[in-house]
Design a protein around this ligand. Structure first.
Ligand code: AMP
Ligand code: ZN
Length: 467
């Protein structure tokens, strides 16, 4: 079945065909490891995971690079402010390498909890200083870069066209308040490739331009080129990367190799909170740990991400996330019911469901549509092992770890039933002992409204979450 993916560069959804027949080469802009990644960041990596899984489902093998930004990402994407790593190091009274190691470990721990596949190559910026320096030298040689007292800058006017990824008008940018008025720059929108380190700067390297450090954009161009070559298939990131970071990556690669590095650029929209911006300064960013404290497990957050297409904004609310937690439990219980049953189902029906699912994921990763099909199968009145197998097939793309359903449910059983529910069960027990059947039925209905089915067994009452 044809796989269609959107391309920010052409603003079109087109059939995906890799440069090589079987292997897909992808580059993803990874985290800046100066603090805990929040759930907004993880929306970007859930999208990355879906893309990987869909490509693999279509029979491709992947060569996927993700960078770890551990130097050079200034507070503003437009060359202003302090290096985020250094700022965190000062605040936490550690050196930037300790900061990077600590938050990188936690980032990958959280990726694991989300069952997100690790890219084949994870590349740290600080381990690629030489490649970046060579890239900058080449840009100078090719006439695209020049030196000022602050560093090495990219000369935008040397390009045939800039910008090409965003609709951003340079005049708007010039007129905007945030334009750097550095008189040494040839064009106001020239950006830093390499930055001369001030005296107190911790992360700095010997270079032809003195003790200095790389700008943020150069790391992705240099590492992409090193591992994937001058041209590769897909470049991913968040929508915030479009106007500056990715635009500048393209400029750098064109100046160095003459090529736009990736054929297709894919961007995930933002996760919002309560309909507005999510930002550390507003105190409304959440980590996976904070969600877990409220009873929302990481995989429920992953399921929550599937409620919106990756190219639309997604609004985070705790009510929404709690609903996803319940949905995940229902999905697991449905899976088990199918697994334990043996009713006959025509293979054609199974095939039809699978075709519809693949059609949805292959239509630019339409996960909300795909989830609709997943639920049709999960909730099917006919309980059949064939449907359980089909759900496991879907899970190759969903990555919800359905194969370990029993373990999750056992863990869940061990967790306490909410106090309110326990109280109702106790009241019902007393009613039954008193042969007050009307009261017993009333409480049973009340529990049903609250999402629990009560069964009366020889051992007493048992409850199940309604699927
Ligand atoms: P950073 O660690 O700041 O470099 O960001 C890591 C990734 O998270 C980038 O791909 C960003 O585009 C993405 N990102 C940051 N905030 C959000 C958000 N609220 N929603 C979705 N993606 C985000
Ligand atoms: Zn990048």
């Amino acid at each position: 079945m044809e796989l269609k993916l959107y391309n920010t560069l052409t603003r079109q959804k087109t059939e995906f065909k890799p440069l090589e027949e079987k292997e897909v080469k992808i580059y993803t802009c990874g985290p800046t490891v100066y603090s805990f990644a929040h759930i907004g960041n993880f929306r970007a990596y859930v999208f990355m995971d879906t893309l990987r899984r869909v490509l693999k489902y279509n029979g491709y093998i992947l060569k996927h690079v993700m960078n770890i930004t551990d130097v050079g990402h200034l507070e503003s994407d437009a060359d202003d402010g302090e290096d985020k790593m250094e700022k965190a190091a000062r605040k936490e009274n550690k050196n930037p390498y300790e900061i990077a190691a600590f938050y990188t470990d936690i980032f990958f721990r959280d990726m694991g909890r989300l069952n997100i596949e690790k890219p084949e190559i994870v590349a740290k910026a600080t381990e690629h200083i030489e490649e970046m320096m060579q890239f900058v030298k080449k840009l100078i040689e090719n006439g695209y870069a020049y030196e000022t007292s602050k560093g090495i800058y990219f000369d935008i006017s040397k390009l045939d066209k800039y910008p090409i990824l965003s609709n951003r008008k340079l005049d708007d940018q010039i007129a905007g308040a945030r334009v750097d008025v550095d008189i040494e720059k040839r064009n106001p929108y020239d950006f830093a490739l390499w930055i001369k380190a001030p005296e107190n700067h911790i992360m700095k390297w010997e270079s032809p331009w003195g003790l200095s450090y790389p700008g943020w954009h150069i790391e992705c161009s240099a590492m992409g080129k090193k591992y994937l070559g001058n041209e590769f298939d897909i470049h991913t990131g968040g929508v915030d990367h479009i106007p500056t970071h990715h635009e500048n990556e393209i400029a750098q690669s064109k100046g160095c190799t003459g090529k736009v590095p990736a054929k297709r650029w894919m961007h995930v929209e933002f996760l919002q909170v309560d309909g507005g911006k999510m930002s550390k300064s507003l105190g409304n960013t959440y980590t996976l740990d904070q969600l877990q404290e409220k009873g929302i497990e990481p995989l429920a957050y992953k399921l929550f991400c599937y409620t919106a297409h990756y190219r639309t904004k997604l609004n985070f609310t705790f009510a929404g996330a709690e609903a996803s937690e319940k949905s995940l439990n229902r999905l697991r219980q449905s899976y088990l019911k199918h697994e334990e049953s043996n009713n006959e189902v025509d293979d054609k029906i199974v095939e039809e469901y699978l075709n519809r699912f693949v059609e949805a994921i292959n239509d630019d990763l339409n996960m909300p549509l795909a989830m609709g099909i997943v639920w049709e199968v999960a909730r099917n009145d006919i309980k059949s092992n064939k449907f359980a197998k089909l759900l496991l097939e879907f899970d190759k793309v969903l990555g919800l770890d359905l194969v370990n359903t029993r373990e999750y449910l056992e863990k869940e059983d061990k967790q306490e039933v909410p106090e309110e529910i326990q109280k109702l069960l106790e009241e019902r027990k007393v009613a039954r002992e008193n042969k007050n059947w009307a009261e017993s039925d009333r409480i049973r209905d009340l529990l049903k409204d609250k999402g629990y089915t009560v069964k009366d067994t020889k051992e007493g009452q048992t409850i199940e979450i309604i699927v």
